[in-house]
Design a protein around this ligand. Sequence first.
Ligand code: ATP
Ligand code: MG
Length: 418
Amino acid sequence: MELTRLRGFRDLVGADARAMSLVEERARALVERYSMKEIRIPVLERTQLYLRSTGETSDIVEKQMYTFTDRDEGETVVALRPEGTPGVVRAYIEAGFDRTEPQQRLFYSGAMFRRERPQKGRYRQFYQFGVEVFGRPDAACDAEILIMIDELCRDLKVPFTMEINSIGDQKCRPAFRDALVQWGRTHWDELCDDCHNRIDRNPLRLLDCKIDAKLAASAPNSLDYLCDECRAHFDTVKELASAGGVEYVVNPRMVRGLDYYTRTAFEVMAGGLGAQSTVVAGGRYDGLVETMGGAAVAGIGFAIGVDRMALALQAAGVAPTAAPDAAIIAMGPAATRHAIAVARNLREANLNVEMLSPERKMKTLLARASKIGARFAVIIGDDELARGVVQVRDLKQSTQREVAVAEAARAIADARGE
Ligand code: ATP
Ligand code: MG
């Protein structure tokens, strides 16, 4: 047996992992500014949960779930979570929030699992950072969600476009569905095999066809079928999102692949990602809590695809480097004792510092400092020790100056801010 990782599963080290963490950190700071509470939910749930919410005709349930029978739990069929929303809704209902405190603003973060064909930006284990707001059916809530996403993308400095649409509700969507079925039958010969299946099972997903996007451009458009209430809701969402500074594009043929969405749907695409360019996706799901056995409570949410957002940061050249500000070089045992204290001192001044192995030659150590990308080398020998100074060598400009120990942090921090 070869002990290699499974197909579609990744090891992330260094810069790749750092870019992912940065996305998560910025998202966390964002949700805190929006007064949201964290929720941590299990990775393993009953498979039934996803059948009921994600939907039996979704790609996820039809072919992507990692599902198995857990012998210890009375032969319960369980699944690794393919998305976060169903678990969050289950937890919300199980905590009784739908009856006691329906307005909840929640966020989660973690790994999701889908058995799909691995490619760039598409993995079998990937990470989502998601937000779910319950008990707010009003359009101002949708607008704030869009503003929030806009804020994050700007904060991360990735070039992006936001598409929004309304896919109607239980009242007006049936007519749109019927129109799609009709259209699909008229274009039967041009549709792919998947779409032939979709016509009866989930006609909205005809618009989701990855194989023939051009054909979908001639399909019926959801906005033509909205009832008065859905139209008014969508108009207010657009107006308020604009008031909040969001630049969006209305795409009346954008639908989401899952069953539970109603009204507002949206996607954010980032540049430099090729085919897998959607980095954030979500929408309103007003019937979901009730479908899953809770009270009739409105909901809206989205998930950031953390892996793809990290790739977008890297493509845009705005991903952070983990290079240290300074490498500490100590010559001899007495200097080492001092250097250890200096290193601590610099770190307490919030600098990224790596102390190099003292048992080597100066030339080797300077080469090592350059190799790890340190901007400065802080050199301490017996002579520096005696005089209470350090040599601060700028490895970029090849200059060196002597500063008092107490000044070292300031000298390095100043240069870093240049
Ligand atoms: P796609 O159309 O690309 O398959 P989706 O509609 O299945 O996306 P959602 O279920 O809405 O995606 O998930 C939200 C986001 O999570 C996506 O926009 C994407 O950024 C990310 N995502 C989904 N599946 C994967 C995956 N297999 N690998 C990496 N990221 C993913
Ligand atoms: Mg998918």
